[in-house]
Ligand binder design. Structure first.
Ligand code: C2E
Ligand code: SIN
Ligand code: SIN
Ligand code: FE
Ligand code: FE
Length: 522
């Protein structure tokens, strides 16, 4: 589908770091706030040697509300505060709670209130407003009760941290994906090669979030390239390459020549050299410095982008080809994800082809079938927001982990929903609704029957068919009969009954597609 020369020199894509849920420290920080010194000693003794999720507790101490605020302001990684209510005044503790949630805007730290006297408990409203985990009278705080309280608070903190880190990860990657989509579509609107080259440079640096020196060089005829830089025509530059002084050019040439010799895009040291060759032999090189800070995902984004650019060079003024190229982008975005989840990129290709087939079978128009084929590969793009420890888990997910996994449908929708392109809107809907079930028991919205978009109902059938027929990190492939039984069993509950009936009539064609795009490990 794409020639080998455009795949970048990336290392071990599977090591892409998902969000790690754990804080960087090897212990949980617990802040004890109390004006009675004894309470500090007793608490620390009672919790001595406790490990939670393999980590010890580390204690920090404050003896007044004012001191507590200082400690909190300088230690954002505190997991839990055991907080006395009455200290320098009767509300000192509550003021600290307010400070944490409002002034520090920290919603993660868990708070357990402790008071010396029964009846000092604050009103319920305080618990809700400041998200207080628990309230204990100090007399209740024997070793066992204290342990239970601290244990559940730390667990809650850990869960909140996980959600928070996956959100951050999503936000970052979502921005990257949007930039790729946007950059690519901008490029296809330009018509002259010079405009195109300028746009390319701009877009590459924006895709990468880097503001670095870069240049575009063009060479006429592949045979002229490689040894002699005089055949290179600099089209446009940014950064200090504007100067393009002789010494700098020598340095740059070395890198350009390497890419030309290998006839493919390369990451070399902290440089990226994009190599784009058209069928007519015109070579365009893109040289970007300062790539050492790129993580694996950005490299993959750059890879996708390079593939699109090559295709765009081929077809700079052909409308139909441009449309095809955009569809290619979508497949490639699907690929990034499949790389991460260690499924082969062929899952999305099979899905696209089988969806197209089923669309035809039920009498959708040619345009609708095309749209379905082009939008369906992005159904699981939201898995990019799911941490590796869940996505790549070799065994069955716990209920808790599955809850987190479900977020991929909403996440995919969020990534795709901002475009006005019809194709992207369909892709967003499919990502959002492909795990809805016909009987209304699916996720995330619990939509029922025909209120689930037809495309999403189609993808649901084909996705499960293909998932069952192939190996996943958590399951072996199923036999055909077993797979078809599962579809029949889901008829009317999981799946649109009409679609199952139609699908069962095109199984031979679906199997031919599976043979055409095999998973490498099967
Ligand atoms: P996926 O691997 O792409 O699977 C898509 C859908 O195919 C699943 O949606 C489910 O409806 C169906 N499916 C796949 N494998 C099986 C199976 O062994 N038995 C049955 N009855 N159905 C199967 P679902 O369940 O909503 O899961 C969504 C995604 O969550 C999956 O996408 C996969 O990435 C992940 N996942 C689900 N269960 C597990 C698990 O036990 N371990 C791991 N590591 N991941 C899981
Ligand atoms: C994009 O360029 O990001 C797609 C938005 C659009 O063209 O409507
Ligand atoms: C929505 O339900 O929020 C919009 C429709 C969709 O894409 O799921
Ligand atoms: Fe999914
Ligand atoms: Fe899938």
């Amino acid at each position: 589908m794409f020639s080998k020369r455009t795949s970048l020199d990336t290392q071990a894509p599977a090591t892409t770091d998902g969000p790690t849920a754990q804080p960087s420290t090897a212990y949980w920080r617990v802040l004890i706030v109390d004006d009675e010194p004894d309470i500090h000693t007793v608490t620390e003794m009672a919790l001595g040697g406790v490990r939670i999720e393999g980590r010890e507790l580390e204690f920090l101490h404050a003896h007044s509300g004012a001191e507590a605020k200082q400690v909190l302001a300088t230690h954002p990684d505190i997991a839990l505060v055991l907080l006395d209510v009455v200290m320098e005044d009767t509300h000192a503790g509550l003021e600290v709670a307010r400070f944490i949630r409002e002034d520090l805007d920290n919603t993660l730290i868990r708070i357990v209130l402790r008071t010396g006297q029964p009846g000092e408990a604050p009103e319920e409203q305080v618990f809700v407003t400041y998200d207080i985990n628990d309230y204990k009278e100090k007399t209740e705080l024997d070793r066992r009760r204290l342990f239970t309280t601290v244990y559940s608070a730390i667990r809650a903190y850990r869960d909140l941290m996980r959600i928070e880190t996956s959100r951050k990860y999503l936000l970052r990657n979502r921005a990257g994906l949007e930039r790729v989509i946007h950059a690519s579509s901008r490029l296809f609107e330009t018509r002259s090669i010079t405009d195109f080259a300028r746009g390319l440079l701009e877009q590459i640096t924006s895709v990468l979030f880097i503001d670095s020196s870069s240049m575009i060089v063009q060479a006429q005829g592949a045979s002229a390239v490689g040894e002699d830089q005089t055949h290179w025509q600099i089209i446009t530059t940014t950064g200090d390459l504007h100067l393009a002084n002789a010494q700098r050019m020598d340095e740059v040439s070395g890198y350009l020549q390497q890419a030309c010799r290998q006839r493919r895009s390369l990451f070399l040291d902290d440089r990226f050299v994009g190599y784009f060759e058209t069928r007519s032999g015109r070579v365009t090189l893109v040289y970007v410095e300062g790539c050492d800070r790129l993580d694996e995902l950005s490299r993959q984004l750059l890879d996708i982008f390079s593939v699109n650019v090559t295709t765009a060079f081929e077809n700079i003024s052909l409308e139909k080809e441009i449309a095809d190229t955009q569809n290619e982008i979508i497949l490639r975005l699907g690929d990034v994800l499949e790389t991460r989840s260690r499924e082969t990129g062929n899952h999305v290709r099979r899905l696209a082809a089988i969806c197209h087939l089923l669309g035809r079978k039920i009498g959708l128009s040619e345009d609708e079938c095309d749209e379905l084929r082009n939008a369906s590969p992005m159904h699981d793009i939201g898995k990019i927001a799911i941490p590796d420890r869940i996505l790549l888990k070799p065994g069955k997910l716990s209920a808790e982990e599955f809850e987190e996994m479900k977020y991929h449908a909403e996440a995919g929708y969020q990534i795709l929903c901002n475009s006005n392109r019809p194709l992207m809107i369909s892709a967003a809907t499919i990502a959002h609704q492909h795990h809805e079930r016909y009987d209304g028991t699916g996720y995330p919205q619990g939509l029922q029957g025909e209120s689930i978009h037809l495309y999403a109902r189609i993808v649901a059938v084909v996705d499960v068919f293909d998932a069952l027929m192939h190996r996943r990190c958590y399951k072996a492939p199923w036999a055909l009969e077993q797979t078809l039984d599962a579809l029949r069993e889901g008829r009317g509950s999981h799946f649109d009954p009409r679609l199952v009936d139609h699908f069962l009539e095109i199984v031979p064609e679906a199997l031919a597609i599976i043979e055409q795009y095999p998973d490498s490990q099967d």
